[in-house]
Design a protein around this ligand. Sequence first.
Ligand code: HEM
Length: 140
Amino acid sequence: MIIIIIKFIHYLAIVFSGGVLVGSGLIQSVYNKENKVPDITISKILKILGFIGLVSLIVLWISGIILSNLIYGGFVINSAFTFKLVAAAFLLILSFFLNLHVYNSSKKNLPPNKKIVKISTMSARTLIIVVLISAAVAFN
Ligand code: HEM
């Protein structure tokens, strides 16, 4: 029963992290296409979305660590799983630094650096796809 509950939490966190990436990506691309900079309200929404993304990644790590230990007795499962862990670690670090950057810029009353945000969101999208493919291979 406990495994089912933790798996559900793992899946729920996947929905949230993916939703954040799609939602914030869409908002940014619409603003970019129209050559506009998000106003204060939209920036606030983007900031909250970024934070939800970070929290869901932390939940993914906590639930993932518990699942690995309960089901497989550790982290040595197969090479696809190791690959998934490395990509998930990069994603967590990326999300942490992007949140830090957004937080620091908003403290200075400046918009976040456009290039940093663009490169981070593009890398995050790629990384989440890599993690999902590795998960599919690891647990087939
Ligand atoms: C971005 C982060 C992550 C994503 C998108 C993700 C995605 C997934 C997906 C899609 C599954 C379902 C695979 C299946 O049951 O066939 C899964 C299961 C699992 N994940 Fe993750 N995961 C992430 C992070 C982690 C981390 C950090 C760990 C471990 C430290 C982990 C450990 C596991 C385990 C043990 C399972 C269950 C396998 C089973 O049912 O036998 N995951 N994950």
